[in-house]
Ligand binder design. Structure first.
Ligand code: S3P
Length: 446
């Protein structure tokens, strides 16, 4: 098996990764993380019972469920991926009697801040070491403009934060950070504001919130790059979450860089604000065929991936914000491409679950890939299609996407070489079942 999990003592779990021989099959990836969080949140604001199918049972999304259950929402796990949420409605949520701990999840805490700001009670939110070091001023500042009362570490710019819920004022806000989390936080706060709240986006970011709000009965309109939400209650919904394209990306790159591979990934969310990674890999020469249909407002479809001769490119700047979560695995694809790949304008990567620019540069260079770290990105000297890589011992920096990206690289090591990755437990934040699915898909060892 390419991945062997072993106890890493104090190091939050470890993997031993060895080469795989072939990659083939038809797989499905778990539910979309962004959409699962939003579905739980909106269902918890809606008075009545909502059913969420295809829910991602990852530690991040389970953390969001737990937070709402601490505010009087009844959450039932009907099966692994089916959650039933019965809520008294936004205005009848109850004050949590303990701190809301959102673990590793920036999406959970930033969106929740928007919701908590407009309640009629007090709450405190925190997270793990990584989340407590991440910037929160990007949401607490605009929420303060709405009249929110939020205070905490670093003048309310880092967790833990205490929120005194109150009636909010509507604002018009320019989303300069190009962040879907910031946009969503403000739109969710807008549900309890005193008039229509507008977010203007200089660059389109993932639009799951704007798509989902009307499905839950809110008035939310999109005019060009202006997204406006009107205050009002939500109503319950039966909703199905598509597979997560960001999780599929690891398997897309695995298929592209493994000689002879032919892989199909079904039921993947193909929202155009998320598909930049497909476009970038295609620009590199990746053979990825896409068939799409529509399901509950979100495009969903099938990807057919074939082993490809990749070429290095300068990644178009405008595609970076919509592929930000896939840059680590894109860097792995770049290592297997012929020539140089340049990734710039990606400084947001420095404030993700880890500093992903440093983390991926360190990991790649430990295995023999030549990389240059830039302030806002990296340059990868590809050695494709068979770069000279060797085994190594690396840190994931407790970052799920660094771990999974390096697993993909490790599966192409020469026979007999091993990649030891530490801090692998965090894969559970976004991709439960990753090891099993990877071993099944790339399971034949040399
Ligand atoms: C997300 C938005 C992105 C992304 C994150 C999920 C979301 O973050 O990196 O994994 O669900 O809204 P930013 O909004 O900080 O760009």
């Amino acid at each position: 098996m390419p991945i062997d999990e072993y106890s890493g003592g104090q190091r939050n779990g470890s993997y031993r990764v060895t080469s795989s021989k072939s990659v083939s099959g038809c797989i499905r990836v778990p539910g979309d993380k962004s959409i699962s969080h939003r579905a739980v949140m909106m269902a918890s604001l809606a008075m009545g019972t909502s059913e969420i199918h295809g829910f991602l049972p990852s530690s991040d999304c389970l953390g969001t469920l737990l937070a709402f259950s601490l505010m009087g929402v009844r959450t039932e796990r009907i099966s692994e991926n089916h959650v039933r949420i019965s809520s008294p409605g936004a205005i009848s949520l109850t004050e949590p009697q303990t701190v809301l701990d959102l673990g590793n999840s920036g999406t959970a805490v930033r969106l929740l801040l928007g919701i908590l700001a407009g309640t009629n009670f007090h709450s405190v939110v925190t997270g793990d070491d990584s989340l407590r070091s991440r910037p929160m001023g990007r949401v607490t500042e605009p929420l303060s403009l709405m009249g929110a009362s939020i205070d905490g570490v670093a003048n309310g710019k880092r967790l833990p934060l205490a929120i005194r819920g109150r009636k909010l004022k509507a604002i018009t806000f320019l989303n300069e950070k190009k962040s879907a989390q910031v946009k969503s936080s403000i739109l969710l706060a807008g549900l309890s504001a005193d008039g229509p709240t507008t977010v203007i986006e200089p660059v389109a970011t993932r639009d799951h919130t704007e798509l989902m709000l009307p499905m839950f009965g809110a008035t939310c309109t999109v005019r060009g790059n202006e997204k406006t939400v009107h205050p009002g209650p939500l109503s319950p919904l039966d909703f199905t979450v598509p597979g997560d394209l960001s999780s599929a990306a690891f398997f897309m790159v695995l298929g592209l860089i493994t000689p002879g591979a032919s892989l199909t990934i079904e039921g993947v969310g193909l929202n155009p604000t998320r598909t930049a990674i497909i476009r970038i890999l295609q620009l590199m020469g990746g053979k990825i065929q896409v068939t799409t249909m529509e399901s509950q407002g979100e495009p969903v479809g099938t990807l057919h991936i074939q082993a490809s001769s990749l070429e290095g490119i300068e990644v178009p700047e405008e595609l970076i914000p919509q592929a930000i979560d896939e840059i680590p695995v894109l860097a792995v694809a770049a290592a297997f491409a012929k020539g140089r790949t340049i990734i710039k304008n990606a400084s947001e990567l420095r404030v993700k679950e880890s500093d992903r620019i440093t983390a991926i540069c360190q990991a790649l260079s430990s295995t023999g890939i030549s990389v240059t770290e830039l302030p806002d990105g990296l340059i990868v000297e590809g050695g494709g299609p068979a770069p000279k890589i060797h085994g190594a011992e690396i840190e994931s920096h407790n970052d799920h996407r660094i771990t999974m990206s390096m697993v993909v690289l490790g599966s192409r090591l020469p026979p007999g070489e091993t990649l030891l990755i530490h801090g692998t437990d965090f894969v559970a934040t976004s991709f439960p079942g990753f090891v099993e699915l990877f071993n099944k898909t790339a399971g034949i060892q040399n």
